[in-house]
Write a protein that binds this ligand. Structure first.
Ligand code: KG4
Ligand code: ZN
Length: 405
């Protein structure tokens, strides 16, 4: 009993109850500005969120019809200090108590990354704190481990406004890239289709992102009335392409506008059907590439035989229809599908702080505050295996994608 208590005292997370957990655990401040969200959060080493704050630029970019990098940069500049202050205040943690500052430095919009990096390095130097540069996609991939125990290796599908990739996560900084976007990312496609359909004028959609608007409208649509071809049917790899799909959709919209005798900018009567078909085709493309990635992993022993896992994350992963499409694939192949709640799928400071915690625990990529760090707008995640995947040319068995809406 006595030795048990002694062991307990030695546990790194043990704290006198009067002080609370934050008093003993190493604390990380995470800062995210890679795109259009200014986020900050303070986490302890167990992944407990002590305080967070998020400023979204979504409404501004919805009004201007897309992200204008100079506008995004200006908004990050205006909000970063307040957002970081708020996260610290909400956590009740003084900067002196932090173990490190973790910040997204790649990939992302150059002008946006620059704001977060400059602020963070100044802050880290001022308070003499370690600095942990973070890869935005690594952070999306690892977020799930903050919420539940998920052992490496696992397969991850990350789908957002800026990215689409399939990778095997083998360790905190050890990824095998199986597939990536060849042109635009699925969230970008959904945002552009929503803009082309002028969904901002739709009474139910005026404040929603493109992806959210399409998901909502698709519920009352019939995809069979305006079917689209699933991209890359004859390419047996795990890469993604959405530009051709967008072209198909644009041509259909033009035809429907002519049929209905309306101008571009007016709402079509068949927006629900177009939304349903768009969503289905995106889901089906993601599902097929993921199915092939799973078969590639199985053929090469890249996933454990016990409880192999697919993690789905990124902004587009909050789409319930897409989650259901992937459930069909994981059910067919015997994987377990994990998907963080929507709040943790989209960009935020918490996922960056968590990535900082994971790196701090393993002592990986921890820099002293005086080291100069550069941001990188483009940055691959892990070792590129896309050529090997293509060479394997795995044919998919047919799977019925009957997805309830
Ligand atoms: O990860 P995220 O917050 O930011 C980055 O792009 O990194 O993702 C934002 C993207 C947008 O393109 C948005 O349209 C899409 O995620 N999105 C959705 C949904 N909610 C957000 N796409 C489909 N269905 C949704 N429910
Ligand atoms: Zn993201």
């Amino acid at each position: 009993m006595k030795s048990g208590r002694l062991l307990h005292l030695k546990h790194p997370f043990w704290c006198p109850p009067s002080l609370g957990k934050a008093a003993c655990s190493r604390l990380v401040l995470g800062i995210e500005t890679s795109c259009d969200d200014t986020g900050a959060a303070v986490l302890d080493e167990t992944g407990q969120i002590l305080g967070e704050s998020l400023h979204s630029q979504k409404e501004v970019h919805l009004r201007t019809g897309g992200i204008i990098p100079t506008v995004a940069q200006q908004l990050h500049r205006e909000h970063i200090e307040r957002v970081v202050q708020q996260a610290l205040e909400r956590s009740g943690v003084e900067p002196s108590r932090l173990a490190a500052v973790a910040t997204t430095v790649k990939p992302g919009l150059a002008l946006s990354l620059a704001v977060g990096l400059r602020f963070s390095q100044t802050f880290a130097r001022q308070h003499n704190k370690s600095f942990i540069p973070i890869h935005h996609m690594e952070a999306h991939a690892l977020t799930v481990r903050m919420l539940q125990p998920v052992a490496f290796p696992f397969l991850v599908l990350l789908v957002s406004g800026g990215h689409s990739l399939l990778a095997v996560a083998r360790g905190v900084d050890d990824f095998l890239l199986l597939g990536h976007a060849l042109d635009e990312a699925p969230g970008d496609t959904l945002d552009k289709v929503a803009r082309r359909l002028s969904l901002i004028k739709h009474p139910q959609c005026s404040t929603l992102s493109g992806g959210q608007a399409i998901e909502l409208l698709a519920k009352d649509g019939d995809r069979m009335r305006v079917p689209f071809r699933t991209p890359m049917g004859q390419t047996y790899d795990c890469c993604f392409s959405f530009a051709g799909l967008r072209n198909q959709i644009n041509m259909l919209i033009k035809k429907k506008e002519a049929e209905e005798g309306i101008e571009q900018g007016d709402l079509l009567s068949c927006v629900n059907d177009i939304a349903a078909s768009t969503q289905h085709t995106v889901a089906s493309h993601l599902a097929k590439r993921t199915h092939r990635a799973i078969l590639f992993c199985k053929a090469n022993g890249l996933l454990p035989s016990h409880s192999p896992t697919l993690v789905l994350s990124g902004g587009v992963a909050s789409n319930q229809y897409i989650r259901k499409a992937l459930t069909i694939i994981t059910d067919t192949t015997g994987l377990r599908l994990l998907c963080p709640p929507a709040k943790f799928c989209t960009d935020n400071g918490v996922m960056i702080a968590w990535n900082g915690v994971e790196r701090l625990r393993e002592g990986k990529g921890i820099l002293s505050p005086d080291v100069d760090v550069s941001y990188e707008p483009k940055a691959q995640l892990g070792v590129d295996l896309t050529a090997e995947v293509k060479a394997a040319a795995i044919r998919l068995p047919s799977v019925r994608m009957k997805i309830p809406t």
